[in-house]
Design a protein around this ligand. Sequence first.
Ligand code: PLZ
Length: 449
Amino acid sequence: MTDTATPTTLAADAVGRRLVTAVPGPRSVELQQRRAAVVSAGVSSALPVYIAKAHGALLEDVDGNRFLDLGAGIGVTTIGHTDDDVVAAARAQLGDVTHTLFTITPYEEYVRVAELLAAHTPGDFAKKTVLVNSGAEAVENGVKIARKATGRRGIAVLDHAYHGRTNLTMAMNFKAMPYGAGFGPFAGDVYRAPNSYPLLDGLSGEAAAARTIGYLEKTVGAADLACLVVEPIQGEGGFVVPAEGYLPALQEWCTANGVVFIADEIQSGMARTGRWFASEHFGLVPDLVLSAKGIAGGLPLAGVTGRAEIMDAAQPGGLGGTFGGNPVACAAAIAVFERIERDGLLGEADRIQSVLEPGLRALAARDPRVAEVRGRGAMLAIELRDPATGEPLPALVSAVVAHAAQQGVLLLSAGTSGNVLRFLPSLAITDAQLVDALGVLGEAFTANA
Ligand code: PLZ
């Protein structure tokens, strides 16, 4: 044990978590004190260990502790932390062109990312893209374009949705605390309808869709709706997988009524679920697809991609932004696309599911507080409820997350009631690392029986 360990380069073959100090260690504690003086209290951190190195599925903190990362920066480093190809591409681009502003003087990398998005998002029609900086900005632009294309005002969203932290996207979120509370007034013309949540509503996809559509028809009416924005698998809401047939029925209703169907694939997209985009699991062909997070291997990049005629409804000069489609972020994104394609990484999400899901099901079989195991590929979750009352168990989630952190495993919570544990490791995580993490998870449940 040492409290002065110096972070070393994490070798690609470094497989294990390693604890050399208390968690957080002394250097992290010191940084946390510095931070408290200068970083807004509005920005919190789930686990205040300060990271000095990261590679694959491992994080190494400033005290030399190594954490097995089951969160990948909330689904961003999907192909692994500091992926060699991504790092090389970004480094090279940094020295060639760091910035010009695409709306002043363009560059090839932006065009290439748009070509790749057109090729890999669902649908065989002509598609166009605008690149921006963040998921919330992609949502904002998707809505903006849908309004211009339809000449309509209304935005439909679903219960338990999460779309971002800007003014419009706060209005689109389901959960007020902590995302919206006190930050209003909010953008108007947002209409929220019940979603499909099989564990809670027990409805078939058809019945849940009829409920959603009936609600929207009454509260706003299709003729005033510009778009319906859905997460094919809800992210912050707790990896809620809708009942079969639900999403296709919503899309059919949108198409019949001239409502732009927008898939927010910011958390579920880019190889996360074993497909390029989770929409494919449900047979969806969205009019617009929003991507961010995993698209550029950790660099800030997001996009709106969709039907050319809708995307072109925006007037020339109507879309843009200083940093949108930054060349370094685009070069990283091109490397991510190439890695997924060349190395068959979609199959890695299936591999992860084949190890993780049976482990979670075994836990559910022996602990009745696990009410459901759900998700697809490397986007899996368990929802915790009191078996007697059905009440959500957020305190158990917190206790399990805290126990795992003390053992060097980084787990993330989710869910409107904070009663979901979500697993979204990078595709670089090995079977041995998954088995190791499952062992720690099991111990955490036993310790909090
Ligand atoms: N849509 C589906 O998951 C981001 C939020 C992290 P930004 N989710 C993680 C945090 O605490 O801020 C997200 C998402 C879906 C939109 C967003 C917003 O993406 O890149 O965070 O703006």
